[in-house]
Design a binder for this molecule. Structure first.
Ligand code: PLP
Length: 384
């Protein structure tokens, strides 16, 4: 019999639909998949080359648990240049994807009974990670555009609040927290002495010249309470390489290192060499990818709003549209599963992100697929 811990985990709904869609595709069905949580671009050539060279040069052994020194330095440099945060290389740890980084943070920070504030809608794994650390998930609402405000956080703050999850741009809504709210949230965190886990994995996927700010850049007090999480997965189309990282105060980094040292050990040496090239080599691939996503974003957003009984706020960032389907009279699971069975379009039910009136559509798909998928959804909704 499996442990209570294991049996309490909710299976990932995002993966369930994806598995079914891929199965249908394998059976020869013409399925349009809007479920992907990853860019449809290939990893840029210079990054692949760096990995090949690492293998040829026999850079294939264990590394220090927290990552190779050159990569930690490149990450500290990136934090300085891109985010205006001064982390020393010793205040940085490299893990096997941001997912692993976040898991380490939950394990290193949360005790049984602690409260972790999780704004809704949220990326599926946050809730499970908090629960695995035996802490309590405190859901927190956002405004009508899914933007988190300091007032929302304040309402949920208690003496037991240990951390706030701040994910901007957000998965699944694409919302970006306004700068003045970030400042107020920082003040609230300092006054109430809680940590802010700032998940910035979509930081480059920002449209319409919208400005965003990294909370740790505001002042030393909030920097000391913030764990700034990032990854090469989305930015460089490297989801399968599994390299994530964070910056935080030395005490926290040490705790995470101890935890990681007895679980996974270091992230793949070869992938670390590739990440080093990603962060320090040419950056033009990022711009190209983001501009392609912007075109798809505008198209999908427009088409969604033209469909009867469906509406969608304009996503400001990331690569997802989070559409409101309440007026169709269906909840998200029913909508998604029927849409896949009857119209061969895979979307993710919003229930997985804490909102049963929505579905998430990833626009990490070709324009042709998006057009085709939108046509099918439009026709299918009309028939309902
Ligand atoms: C908000 C958010 N954080 C973290 C991750 C994990 O990314 P990684 O591939 O670096 O583990 C994802 C992936 O979907 C995400 O959406």
């Amino acid at each position: 019999m499996v442990s209570k811990r294991a049996s309490d985990i909710n299976p990932s709904a995002t993966l369930a639909i994806d598995t079914k869609a891929k199965q249908l595709k394998k059976e020869g069905k013409d399925v349009v998949i809007f479920g992907a949580g990853e860019p449809d671009f290939n990893t840029p050539g210079n990054i692949k080359q760096a990995a090949k060279k690492a293998i040829e040069d026999n850079i294939t052994r264990y590394t220090p648990v927290a990552g190779i020194p050159a990569l930690r330095e490149a990450i500290a440099n990136k934090f300085k240049l891109v985010n205006n945060i001064n982390y020393e290389p010793s205040e940085v740890i490299v893990s096997c994807g941001a997912k692993h980084t976040l898991y380490n943070i939950a394990m290193a920070l949360l005790n049984k009974g602690d409260e972790a504030i999780l704004p809704v809608p949220y990326w599926v794994s946050f809730e499970e990670m908090i629960k695995l650390a035996e802490a309590n998930v405190i859901f927190c609402s956002t405004d009508k555009n899914f933007k988190l405000t300091a007032k929302d956080v304040e309402e949920k703050t208690t003496k037991k609040t240990k951390m706030l999850i701040l994910n901007s741009p957000n998965n699944p809504s694409g919302a970006i927290v306004e700068q003045q709210e970030i400042k107020k949230i920082a003040k609230l965190a300092v006054e109430n002495n809680f940590y802010v886990v700032s998940d910035e994995v979509y930081e480059y996927f920002v449209y319409n010249n919208k400005k965003r700010v990294s909370i740790a850049s505001l002042n030393d007090e909030i920097k000391n309470l913030t764990i700034t999480v990032n990854s090469v997965s989305k930015t460089y189309a490297m989801t399968g390489w599994r390299i994530g990282y964070c910056g935080a105060n030395k005490e926290l980094i040490k705790a995470m290192e101890n935890f990681q040292g007895h679980s996974t050990g270091n992230a793949s040496n070869i992938a670390q060499m590739a990440a080093l090239e990603a962060l320090s080599g040419p950056q033009d691939s990022v711009k190209k990818m983001v501009s392609a996503f912007d075109e798809r974003r505008r198209f999908m957003h427009k088409r969604l709003n033209e469909i009867n009984n469906i509406s969608c706020i304009e996503p400001e960032g990331a690569f997802y549209a989070f559409a409101d389907i309440a007026k169709t009279g269906m909840k998200s699971m029913e909508f998604s599963s029927k849409l896949l069975d009857e119209a061969l379009v895979a979307v993710v039910p919003g229930k997985a992100f804490g909102s049963d009136n929505h579905i998430r559509l990833s626009y990490a798909a070709s324009m042709q697929e998006i057009e085709n998928g939108m046509d099918r959804i439009e026709k299918w909704v009309k028939r309902k």
